[in-house]
Each structure stands twice: as C-alpha cells, then as structure tokens.
Design a protein around this ligand. Structure first.
Ligand SMILES: Nc1ncnc2c1ncn2[C@@H]1O[C@H](COP(=O)(O)OP(=O)(O)OP(=O)(O)O)[C@@H](O)[C@H]1O
Ligand SMILES: [Mg+2]
Length: 214
C-alpha cells in the first residue's frame, strides 16, 4: 500500500501522522519505506534521531525524494516494500502532486480551526485533479489536535463530512503531548515509555477505521 500524508496547510500534523503510521506498520511486521517529500526534511530528521537512539535500527528504510523523482522512483520502490508512507509539505507542491499520482491512500489531517478548514476546497480540487491521472486514489480526512471540549471539533467534523470528494474518518486524534514527546525521542506514540494510552488508542483506532474503509 502506498500512503501519502498531505494537505494544504502547514502544521496540521502530517509528519506526526506519517511517522506514527510508519512505526505502527513496522510494529505489525510490515516492511516499510518512509519517503520524505518535504523540503523541510522533518521526517528525515525524525529518522536520523531514531537511528541514533536505536543503534541504527529504525525498523524501516527512509529516503528523501522530490518532484519528478517521486513519480519515477516510488513505483519501482513499491515492488520492494510492502508499504510506502510519503510525508509531504503543507503546500501545493510539485512533490505532493507527484506523490498523489502514485498513491493508493491520501491522508489529510485537519486541525479544527477556521484557517485550516478553509483549505478544504483546495484539497478537494487537488484530489479531483490527481484522480484524472490516478482514478483509484482514495482520500481520507480526519481531525487532528482535537480539543478536549467545546464545539469546534463537531463544527469541523460537520464540514469535513459534507465533502463529496473526500471520505471522513470519524476517528480524531486529540491534542496530546504524547505525540510531541514521542517525536522528540524518535519514536511513535505506541513505543513511548509511560505513554498516553489515549493517544495510542486513538492512533490505532484511526488506522483500523482506515483499514475498514479502504
Ligand atoms: N495530535 C497532536 N497532539 C499534540 N501535538 C501535535 C499533534 N499533532 C501534531 N502535533 C504537534 O504539532 C506540530 C506540527 O506537527 P507536524 O510537524 O506533524 O505538522 P506538519 O503538518 O508535518 O507540519 P509542516 O507543514 O511544517 O510539515 C508539532 O510540534 C507536533 O508535535
Ligand atoms: Mg511536516
């Protein structure tokens, strides 16, 4: 399976989701390639830290690719790995477009805030365009950094549900320190010592829902 985590908003949690997904997939025995398609190279930095902490045993392979090279290399790499997770930047980049033409599953996290939700139409347009080259592309939206209380989560969910282009996964990730703490140690939430069970359960639930829907 080839997953791309993207969207049109910076800081929505793309790298958090991509790295946690890679870690979850290796935990269930999958052979995983993590592709950093963002010039900021955050997931490469994550992997470098992870290798340092784990005596070079990150558990997955990581590469950095951009633009046209994503189109050229990912299909070949897909023959060698069971799963590929592509982390893109939060802009409409050539790299993100290239990734979407070779991807099975597009994952778009949304923070439940107006500025983030306002990018929904742009994401829909991006997916519709990508489908002209990749008709089987499945695109899933979900809430990341959900508030512990208040109406903003529900309001955002209502808007995301209305999309006819994107499928809403009703499996939010809360705004939980464990995600940042795990990243600071080169780990996924499921690996962190004294982790937050809620964060672990939310991430696993999101993956389960994705599996059921795809
Ligand atoms: N569910 C969450 N709970 C708490 N903190 C989170 C959560 N998701 C992401 N964060 C934090 O939010 C910040 C941005 O997350 P991340 O780097 O994953 O976003 P991004 O979409 O990859 O950003 P960019 O657009 O810069 O690539 C990070 O500090 C991360 O630790
Ligand atoms: Mg990122």
């Amino acid at each position: 399976m080839i997953y791309t985590v993207g969207g049109q908003k910076g800081g929505s949690g793309k790298t958090t989701v991509a790295t946690n997904l890679a870690v979850l997939l290796i935990s269930i025995g999958r052979d995983v390639l993590l592709v950093d398609a963002d010039d900021q190279e955050t997931s490469s930095d994550f992997t470098a830290l992870r290798e340092e902490r784990m005596e070079n045993q990150a558990g997955y392979t990581a590469v950095k690719l951009s633009g046209i090279n994503i189109l050229k290399q990912v299909p070949k790499l897909a023959e060698r790995y069971q799963d590929i997770v592509i982390d893109t930047g939060g802009r409409d980049t050539e790299s993100q477009r290239a990734a979407l033409t070779v991807t099975n599953i597009f994952l778009i996290p949304f923070v439940p805030r107006s500025f983030d939700i306002w990018t929904l139409e742009k994401v829909e347009f991006l997916v519709e365009q990508a489908r002209s080259a990749n008709p089987k592309l499945k695109a899933y939206v979900f809430i990341n950094r959900a508030d512990p209380r208040g109406g903003d989560n529900d309001e955002a969910a209502e808007l995301l549900k209305q999309s006819e282009v994107l499928h809403f996964l009703d499996s939010p990730l809360g705004n939980r320190k464990a995600f940042a703490n795990a990243a600071a140690n080169g780990m996924g939430v499921i690996e962190l010592k004294n982790t937050d069970e809620k964060a672990v359960n939310e991430f696993k639930a999101l993956y389960e829902q994705l599996n059921h829907s795809s």
